[in-house]
Design a protein around this ligand. Structure first.
Ligand code: ZN
Length: 471
């Protein structure tokens, strides 16, 4: 009876990695795509109602706290800007028809534009217009934060139509406000058994652009939903912040609490059909770097690994020399390497549910590695221990890939000398972390392993007097 009970417990443990392997589910992809569709029409910016509305929608899925930081607050070398909001904007022709209309696409207004109401001739208006001559029908996305100016973006096809009409007069209106208010961000801390934290950060400041970065918002939200339901060893902190100024602000206000952050990842442009790309931390060989590399390598696709650069997204802030957190960046096709980047072509057709699901599943696997990456000691390190009498061999019965699990078990036994973590064993054995994790769990349960430091006093079978000293 005892043996049967033990085998049944083992088999239950073996189910967990199978669960991890089958995470790439259509349901998760559909949920994320649905969230992106709901958020897509909102006109977000660095500050303002668009960000608040976005975060309130996320609160329907996760218990996000919304924070406000007053305009004018000093944050390191920066200042929290005034709050920008926009109600409407258009260019009307002489007949009163809206020929450029903010209500049709919020990309039509240069994000952050000062208000204006004027009648202008074509030659007066032209310097305020931006187009993409290489893509006739696309509207570019442009910003003018920290500059007191205004502008419109439109398709080059529409621009050429207007150009043909010569020196006509136009009514120009941008009904926006730039005034003292606050910068808004969302934060969620999921506490685990230990204070050690994983930081997941994503930017929430872009208007109607699906991949950049509603995809990051959706994957982070789905990851939080997943982790919320688990028994967690680690704590997870999710940030939904405006790019650059949001990261600078959060880091300045939370500088005293950064010590708990041991791993971090920025999620951006994770919904397009390109392969995954990971940009390493400033350190380059942090545990998060190795965990992501391992997951991508075992995900059967053509992932790309990039070294750290002090450009792009909020690694510029999290990995600045005075902060130096181990924060990498997970993407698919990197920003600026796809023509749809920062244009109206980054729309709901450009992101795909299955690609969102794939990015999410990789994030789940990375957190699984971080959760279970421990260092163990083999309690019977002198020659091979006999596995049969302990009942360990029975644990392989009925396991589909029992040969890989058996190999994993032998690798863990051999390299559990207190010098190698499970992730390092997975790397060296070239076996997936799932198998290594399973092998370690079986060995621990059958009395062959003890965790280094954490439960050093519990080694059940000290084989020699020397081992008694270490176990
Ligand atoms: Zn962007």
């Amino acid at each position: 009876m005892q043996l049967a009970a033990s085998c049944s417990a083992n088999q239950m443990q073996l189910l967990e990695p199978m669960h991890i392997e089958s995470l790439n589910s259509p349901a998760a992809g559909s949920e994320m795509y649905e969230l992106i569709s709901e958020l897509f029409p909102i006109c977000r910016s660095n500050t303002g109602e668009g960000v608040r509305e976005t975060l309130r929608i996320l609160q329907q899925r996760i218990p996000l706290a919304i924070h406000e930081v007053l305009s004018g607050t000093r944050v390191f070398d920066w200042e929290v800007p005034q709050e920008w909001n926009i109600h409407d904007a258009y260019i009307k022709d002489a007949s009163g028809k809206r020929i450029v209309d903010f209500r049709q696409s919020n990309l039509h207004v240069v994000n952050g534009s000062m208000p204006i109401q004027a009648r202008l001739t074509w030659s007066e208006l032209k310097p305020h217009l931006t187009t993409l001559p290489e893509h006739l029908d696309w509207i570019p996305y442009r910003t003018c934060f920290f500059e007191k100016r205004w502008g419109f973006c439109l398709s080059h096809a529409r621009f050429l139509e207007l150009e043909q009409q010569g020196e006509a007069e136009y009514e120009v209106c941008i009904d926006s406000r730039l005034e003292d208010g606050s910068l808004t961000y969302g934060e969620l801390l999921l506490r685990g058994e230990v204070d050690e934290e994983v930081l997941i950060s994503t930017h929430v400041c872009h208007p109607s652009l699906a991949n950049d970065n509603l995809s990051g918002i959706a994957v982070a939200t789905q990851l939080a939903c997943h982790l919320e339901k688990l028994d967690r060893r680690l704590s997870y902190r999710f940030l939904f912040i405006p790019a650059t100024i949001g990261a600078v602000t959060w880091l300045c206000l939370n500088e005293s609490e950064l010590g708990n952050i041991k791993h971090g990842m920025i999620l951006s442009v994770v919904g397009d059909s390109g392969a995954s790309t990971y940009r390493r931390t400033r350190h380059g060989d942090a545990e998060i770097d190795r965990a992501v590399e391992h997951v991508l390598k075992h995900s059967d696709d053509k992932s790309t690994l990039l070294d750290f650069e002090p450009f792009g997204y909020d690694q510029r802030q999290f990995c600045s020399p005075g902060i130096n957190l181990p924060v990498g960046c997970l993407m698919r096709t990197p920003d600026q390497q796809y023509p749809e980047y920062h244009t109206s072509a980054d729309n709901l057709d450009f992101v795909r549910p299955e690609c969102l699901a794939d990015s999410w599943a990789k994030c789940v696997r990375v957190t699984d590695v971080l959760e279970h990456n421990r260092t163990y000691l083999n309690c019977k390190p002198k020659c091979e221990p006999r596995l049969g009498p302990s009942g360990l061999y029975h644990a392989f019965d009925g396991v589909a890939d029992w040969a890989a699990l058996q190999r994993a078990t032998l690798w863990v036994l051999n390299l559990s000398d207190g010098e190698h973590s499970l992730l390092e064993i997975a790397e060296r054995s070239e076996l997936s972390f799932s198998f290594i994790k399973q092998g370690a769990a079986l060995l621990k349960e059958h009395g062959f392993l003890t965790e280094l430091k954490a439960d050093a006093a519990n080694c059940p079978l000290p084989a020699t007097s020397e081992l008694s000293a270490t176990c």
